[in-house]
Design a protein around this ligand. Structure first.
Ligand SMILES: Nc1ncnc2c1ncn2[C@@H]1O[C@H](COP(=O)(O)OP(=O)(O)OP(=O)(O)O)[C@@H](O)[C@H]1O
Ligand SMILES: [Mg+2]
Length: 203
């Protein structure tokens, strides 16, 4: 199947995609950024058939969304996110087993200039990767609540000038205050993933 790539910046398009979702994505590789651009003018542009290029204007509430078709694509999106972070930051990852969370973190590490091999800290709970900034990678799969996260020193990690990324964030949701960046990975098929990144701290 021939695929097409669009680069869009339009709040109304988010709604369109949420409505028509998978059907739309079957034919298009879609990449778009929503920032503080005037929503109404973008909506008009969408209605008028004019699709605008990304319009970013510094850090603020934002959303990035991408469809990937293989592991390398997910890694590349993770690497792209590295360039949109303010440090320190907390990135909460959501997605079922095998969704591609660790693949995304591998790309994130690479985008931060970290060359060490990244693997899932399912048994160790946390892996630390030195760098500028350092990357702290948590896997909460085996935890049953925020108390256990505090036991592994969560508050100390928050004081570090680091990028903290957490797989299975849903297991420790009470530890978060809403300032985090969220990354949702939806497994649409064996190889298709819809990845949505949202947060007030995106640049
Ligand atoms: N588009 C894709 N993006 C990422 N991984 C993909 C994609 N298509 C297929 N895969 C496969 O899905 C698996 C993703 O594994 P990964 O360890 O990253 O998932 P995970 O979400 O971290 O799982 P877990 O919850 O067990 O930690 C890999 O085997 C990878 O090859
Ligand atoms: Mg994993």
């Amino acid at each position: 199947m021939q695929r097409h790539r669009l680069s869009l910046s339009c709040v109304c398009l988010k709604q369109y995609i949420l409505t028509y979702g998978n059907r739309f994505y079957k034919d298009f590789d879609v990449e778009f950024t929503i920032c503080s651009a005037d929503e109404h003018s973008l909506t008009d542009a969408w209605k008028g058939g004019k699709l605008t290029q990304n319009q970013t204007d510094g850090c603020g509430t934002g959303m990035l969304q991408k469809m990937t078709h293989n592991e390398a694509g997910t890694e590349a999106f993770g690497s792209e996110l590295a360039g949109k972070l303010q440090v320190p930051t907390v990135i909460c990852m959501y997605g079922e087993l095998g969704a591609g969370k660790t693949a995304f973190v591998r790309g994130l590490a690479s985008g931060l200039g970290i060359t060490a091999a990244v693997s899932s800290p399912t048994f160790t709970i946390v892996n630390e990767y030195p760098g500028k900034p350092e990357l702290i990678h948590f896997d909460m799969y085996r935890l049953h609540g925020a108390d256990e996260l505090f036991d592994v020193g969560w508050e100390d990690y928050l004081q570090r000038n680091a990028v903290l990324v957490i797989e299975w964030s849903e297991n420790v949701e009470e530890a978060f205050d809403g300032s985090e960046i969220s990354v949702h990975i939806q497994k649409l098929s064996e190889t298709d993933r819809l990845i949505t990144v949202e947060g007030d701290a995106l640049c």
